[in-house]
Ligand binder design. Structure first.
Ligand code: ADP
Ligand code: MG
Length: 253
């Protein structure tokens, strides 16, 4: 039921083709990494997968269910979405901001603040000791973890995150990627993560979709998608390898 599918999805904005006949499938219990250069259409595609925007053509499905045929409150419980822009929250405590994720279940106030999922998500994201701090005073990296925490509080079967590790130091980036992998493996979540870090993509994702100019350029196992000629062609960089993990090395002319 909780697999996610896009079939021949196209979208134009302001007269420009932003997505061109994009198809992908993500299976329950797996992590799909969405990679590609800036402007490739990754964030736009993720917003469509989240049911936040309708395509001009094509279909989005959650299992057998057409995403847009279902009511919005159903989508809100099925899909937790973390946008690319981390917005500085109003003066509320970290726990209160995290608990906003429970609104998807119609829960607010004390019912939400004391919900076991909120306590668990604070702990998983390393924010338990910051639970009573004012959220608007957190650092950029802490805010990114709070956004993830709030997403986990929804307890949805589908997790969609747009560049969740972009603002994080290496230790926290590894922690967050491990959390997503654990959510897939242990809790059976269906996970899609937009990433620029090719090494993290290679290590933590089960499958990768490489986008270029609004279309899927490659889709498959990380080793196939991150093959040297393909990375060179799409990103215009050469790579060095640490085992099977590519590290961008030099600009190619
Ligand atoms: P990515 O996340 O891969 O960097 P985006 O999905 O944000 O790419 O954007 C893909 C392309 O769509 C970019 O060229 C961007 O400028 C364009 N775009 C995004 N939103 C709009 C919009 N509302 N109107 C016109 N063009 C847009
Ligand atoms: Mg983006």
């Amino acid at each position: 039921m909780t697999s996610l599918h896009a079939s021949d999805v196209s979208l134009s904005l302001s007269g420009q083709h932003i997505l061109r006949s994009v198809s992908l499938s993500v299976q329950k219990g797996t992590v799909l990494g969405l990679i590609g250069p800036n402007g490739a259409g990754k964030s736009t595609l993720l917003r469509l997968l989240a049911g936040l925007k309708m395509p001009d053509a094509g279909e989005l499905r959650l299992g057998d269910q057409n995403l847009f045929a279902a009511p919005a409150h159903w989508r809100a419980r099925q899909i937790a979405f973390m946008p690319q822009e981390v917005v500085r929250p109003p003066p509320m405590t970290v726990r209160h901001v995290a608990a906003l994720g429970r609104l998807a279940h119609g829960e607010s106030g004390g019912v939400a603040y004391t919900h076991p999922k909120v306590t668990e998500a604070l702990q998983k994201t390393g924010l338990s000791e910051s639970a009573d701090r004012p959220a608007h005073r957190l650092s950029g990296g802490e805010l990114a973890r709070l956004a993830l925490c709030r997403m986990l509080c929804v307890d949805a079967p589908i997790l969609l995150a747009d560049e969740p590790v972009a603002a994080l130091d290496p230790a926290h980036a590894l922690m967050v990627m491990s959390l997503f992998r654990q959510a897939a493996r242990m809790d059976g979540k269906t996970v899609v993560i937009v990433l620029h870090d090719l090494a993290l993509a290679a290590r933590f994702c089960d499958k990768l979709v490489l986008m270029q100019n609004g279309a899927v350029r490659a889709h498959g196992e990380p080793e196939q998608v991150l093959a040297e000629p393909l990375v060179r062609d799409v990103y215009h960089v050469s790579t060095q390898r640490i085992g099977r993990v590519p590290v961008p090395w030099d600009l190619c002319s």
